[in-house]
Design a protein around this ligand. Structure first.
Ligand code: BG6
Ligand code: MG
Length: 219
């Protein structure tokens, strides 16, 4: 693609930390309590999607219509379970190679932003001691739309004074890869290349990844 990249925008869950497994576990427990079940493949459709967007999908799968009040209670319950699962989290749960990529970006004087649907994002970044790396943190508390809407990444670009075409977005979810593409940014899929085949580049993760050779020269 060729242009100058000034800014890296990272999704959080499943890209920086392995919290995607805790979201899955908590949603599954909640769904099961309502007599609904879903597979790991179906869970791909929940990744990157807001708390409200996720419960709406689960209720649709189970053909359940509930009152607003009940939905609020269920979202609260799911979050309580999620917070329990990730309660003891520390820097050891940062995914391999993440700190190295962040340091490589800093060494190149690139901007670093977070673009996450999660309302728990600031708490998690603090728990794993990564907050200081970020020039901008855009999370579920400040966006009004859910990925695949590009809002979360567009705000990340704005807050770092970057143009869309100067940004690379790292995403483990289909909704997130679509959001990056919708925002006219370069999408790097982290994880299953088949699920994320729309991405401009696919990586298994950041382990042993050289920012210049393995990413910037390949896009
Ligand atoms: C995304 C996760 O990052 O955040 C989703 O991929 C999650 O699984 C969403 O539902 C919202 O998170 P939270 O922490 O606000 O419930
Ligand atoms: Mg994610």
């Amino acid at each position: 693609m060729g242009g100058t990249i000034t800014t890296l925008i990272f999704d959080l869950d499943g890209v920086i930390v392995d919290t995607a497994k805790y979201h899955f576990k908590a949603w599954k427990k909640l769904a099961n309590s309502l007599g609904i079940d879903f597979s790991e493949e179906e869970n791909e459709q929940l990744k990157g999607v807001s708390r409200r967007g996720s419960i709406d999908k689960i209720l649709t799968w189970g053909n359940l219509e509930l009152t607003e009040e009940r939905i609020e209670e269920l979202m609260h319950q799911k979050n309580q379970w999620y917070l329990e699962y990730m309660g003891n989290m520390d820097a050891s749960e940062i995914l391999p190679g993440v700190v190295s990529i962040l340091n490589q970006a800093k060494a190149k004087k690139m901007k670093i932003a977070l673009g996450s649907a999660s309302k728990n994002a600031p708490l998690i970044l603090d728990k794993v001691n990564l907050t200081h790396y970020f020039d901008a943190i855009i999370d579920g508390n400040v966006v009004t739309t859910s990925k695949p809407d590009p809002e979360v990444f567009v705000k990340g670009a704005e807050d770092t004074q970057s143009k869309a075409e100067e940004c690379i977005v790292f995403e483990d979810s289909l909704a997130g890869v679509e959001a990056a593409i919708n925002g006219k940014m370069i999408a790097v899929g982290i994880g299953h290349p088949q699920t994320l085949k729309q991405a401009h580049l696919n990586l298994q993760g950041f382990d042993q990844i050289d920012l210049e050779k393995d990413i910037l020269e390949k896009i």
